[in-house]
Design a protein around this ligand. Structure first.
Ligand SMILES: [Ca+2]
Ligand SMILES: [Ca+2]
Length: 176
């Protein structure tokens, strides 16, 4: 007979990584970034380099299929994570030199083919030059998965074709 101590958190699922990590679980040496594409000199690593002074910029033109994310099962890694919280900094729909509002969708996947929407948030784009605020959101019903990504629900543009710009993205496992 085994007795289990009270108050010990038992995670659902098998192969969950980052147990006990309450912060950012991107760029911890496990997995790799994923992206739909990028403009020249604005590759996906820029969304995860903890430097808000540089940005990932989607392929041009960007679409609602444009995304930036993280795969915890890339290469020889085989991890799954529960993204309970995520943050984004300085994300906007860029068009013709203007920062337009955007809405981000958080999706997770176990096979990087079928994606499930787990959160949708309108982003604050009312900032001027320089780094915008870090916006952090909780996921109401977190799902264990191998990968997570963020993409815009719409991209609009005036005089030039739109791109989606993200200075920093973080996927956070929070057991609190
Ligand atoms: Ca980070
Ligand atoms: Ca950056």
């Amino acid at each position: 007979m085994h007795l289990y101590p009270q108050g010990v958190s038992v995670r659902p699922g098998i192969g969950s990584c980052f147990i006990g990590v309450t912060g950012d679980i991107t760029a911890l040496g496990v997995g790799a970034y994923i992206e739909s594409g990028h403009r020249a000199s604005a590759s996906g690593d820029r969304a995860f380099d903890n430097n808000s002074a540089n940005n990932w910029e989607s392929e041009s033109p960007g679409t609602t299929a444009s995304y930036i994310g993280w795969n915890w099962s890339a290469g020889e890694d085989d991890c799954r994570a529960i993204v309970r919280r995520w943050s984004i900094q300085q994300a906007y729909n860029a068009s013709n030199g203007t920062k337009l509002a955007s809405t981000a969708v958080l999706e997770v996947s176990d096979d990087l083919v079928d994606w499930t929407v787990v959160d949708t948030r309108a982003l604050n784009t009312s900032f001027g030059e320089g780094a915008g605020p870090v916006q952090t959101f909780d996921v109401a019903v977190p799902v264990l998965a191998r990968a997570a990504r963020l993409r815009p629900t719409a991209l609009t543009g005036g005089g030039s074709i739109p791109v989606w710009v993200v200075a920093e993205a973080q996927f956070i496992e929070n057991i609190v």
